[in-house]
Design a protein around this ligand. Structure first.
Ligand code: MLT
Length: 313
């Protein structure tokens, strides 16, 4: 009966399996979470809201949701949720911290290889009828040094995959145990050393006040000339304007970028450069990852609405 069941507001596209897990004891409503004018009134009745990375659940959104019990992030990053404000209101925040790590790692490796071999630019050129080969001469990955910035769950998976290419792996991560890095065959180094030594740099950090702008103009100036940079973590960790300058001067040979300081991003100086490979935040966009993320947080939502203990997803 409408009006008597708890309302679960789905604010972004989630895997179809989510509905089956939520079951029939809830009323499902949909809204476009990126449309604030629609989101705020829709939150009024919501007992749960389910999001990915395009919906901002900030203090204003929480204030518009007096019945809210749980915010469910079908993915990892919580930078679009004001967790402190939610906690203050007694609203639980759940995510699915391992759901999409393999997909994110595979996408980072795909961007790295695509940038090293100019795959999108060569593809576009061939489709235009040009058989150009020397123009798209790339570089090998093997025997190079790869610097992993952030050796967390995703950074480790990237390191393990790239190890198969016969690279030297170094990483910057002030929080990881040196023993764990050594086990993985990764040498831990300070960030300045990583910047100086790496032929490829791949970023795997959350977005926090400490990590925004971590790699800016000053840092890019100290990299090996011709370095290739991949960011499939969060926009703004590498300063976009500084990266555009470094790509234009050749200091950075190429970049694979999946994330932008402001999303959605449909217009950027990065798009005008030939030596960038860009994707619209697709790191977690696989059937498997969406299925895992969606069903994990849907289970948490069901438990939270039943007032039961919610284990880590
Ligand atoms: C995440 O933090 O899980 C990713 O950004 C993927 C997503 O947007 O769902």
């Amino acid at each position: 009966v409408p009006g008597t069941l708890p309302v679960v507001l789905i604010a972004e596209e989630l895997a179809p399996s989510v509905l089956g897990v939520l079951g029939t004891d809830v009323e499902i409503r949909h809204v476009d979470g990126a449309d604030r004018g629609a989101l705020l009134p829709a939150l009024a009745d919501a007992a749960a809201v389910m999001i990915r990375s395009a919906t901002q659940i900030d203090a204003e959104a929480l204030a518009a949701a007096p019945n809210l019990k749980v915010v469910a992030r079908a993915g990892i990053g919580l930078d679009n949720v004001d967790v402190a404000a939610a906690t203050e209101r007694g609203v639980m925040v759940v995510n699915a911290p391992t759901s999409n790590i393999v997909s994110a790692a595979e996408h980072a490796v795909a961007l790295l290889l695509a940038a090293a071999r100019h795959i999108p630019a060569a593809d576009a050129s061939l489709r235009e009828g040009a058989w150009k080969r020397s123009k798209f001469t790339g570089v090998e990955v093997t025997e190079k040094t790869v610097g992993v910035v952030g050796l967390g769950r995703i950074g480790v998976l990237v390191a393990q995959r790239l190890a198969a290419f016969g690279v030297t792996l170094i990483a910057y991560d002030p929080y990881i145990q040196p023993g764990r890095a050594a086990q993985l065959g990764v040498r831990l180094v300070p960030l300045d050393e990583l910047l100086r030594e790496s032929d490829f740099i791949t970023i795997h950090l959350p977005k926090t006040p400490e990590t925004v702008g971590l790699i800016g103009a000053a840092e890019l100036a100290t990299t090996k000339p011709g370095v290739i940079i991949v960011n499939a973590a969060r926009g703004g960790l590498v300063d976009e304007a500084a990266l555009v300058d470094a790509l234009s001067s050749g200091q950075v040979r190429a970049a694979g970028i999946d994330v932008f300081a402001k999303e959605p991003c449909t217009d950027s100086p990065l798009f005008g450069l030939r030596n960038t490979v860009v994707t619209p935040h697709l790191g977690a966009s696989t059937t498997e990852a969406q299925d895992k993320a969606g069903t994990a947080v849907a289970r948490s939502v069901r438990l939270a609405l039943q007032g039961e203990f919610v284990p880590d997803a």
